[in-house]
Design a protein around this ligand. Structure first.
Ligand code: TYD
Length: 209
């Protein structure tokens, strides 16, 4: 079995950009890209991408929280059976931008569905598959909120109170997940310039490979 590595973090932590930079370094390193599968959630397969569209882009659909948890879990199920497990069985290293921890943090904590309930429901999705290593880009909620409140062009894009509290609950849930799974997590301080964050993730990535 290959290694299963995930990247997690709250919005604004720079996770997707860091991961992109890590993949760039992989391409020019001693590793063979053919030995890696880079994927993301929600998504990672055709069906999962269709579910991603429902759950992330239909802003006015008024999706019930149970439906939302089940949709993320359904997308995850398809991703696991169609892409992740076959690659791992083939001996490949799978790197996923988000996985189950995102549901536990965002739906369980952020939307207050309950961390354990999200874990229970996702047993059907993952069949017990867990990442070997999870890189967590850590950001204090107030720093993250400031980042996502300011658009790339410098405009202030104020979140309302509800969204700010959602964000704080999500970060708190991530802290709880890390506390319960210390052996799995590599926590990286994301409150630094991007090149420093990428350097640290890369050197820790080399340690676990
Ligand atoms: P995306 O555009 O991929 O952003 P990011 O670069 O931050 O990952 O959007 C993913 C969003 O979906 C993000 O806000 C987290 C959310 N999400 C959940 O709420 N639950 C989940 O199970 C997953 C996988 C993602």
């Amino acid at each position: 079995m290959g290694k299963f590595i995930t990247f997690e973090g709250p919005d604004g932590a720079g996770k997707t950009t860091v991961l992109k930079n890590v993949v760039e370094r992989l391409k020019t390193s001693k590793f063979e890209m053919a030995d890696f599968v880079i994927t993301r959630e929600p998504g990672g397969s055709k069906v999962s991408n269709q579910i991603r569209d429902i759950v992330l882009n239909q802003v006015d659909a008024n999706i019930d929280i149970n439906t939302e948890v089940l949709l993320f879990a359904a997308a995850r199920r398809q991703h696991v059976v169609e892409k992740i497990v076959p690659a791992l069985t083939d001996g490949k290293t799978v790197i996923s931008d988000r996985f189950l921890d995102s549901s536990v943090a965002y739906q369980g904590g952020g939307r207050q569905f309950g961390l354990d309930k999200v874990l229970d429901i996702n047993q059907y999705a993952t069949g017990g598959l867990e990442p070997d290593v999870t890189f967590y880009l850590k950001l204090e909620p107030e720093v993250g909120l400031k980042r996502i409140n300011t658009t790339r062009t410098g405009e202030i894009n104020r979140l309302d109170e509800e969204n700010m509290n959602f964000y704080r609950r999500t970060v708190k849930a991530y802290d709880q997940i890390i506390e319960s799974n210390p052996q799995r997590f590599v926590v990286v301080d994301a409150n630094r310039p991007l090149p420093q964050v990428v350097d640290e993730v890369w050197s820790k990535f080399l340690n676990v490979m």
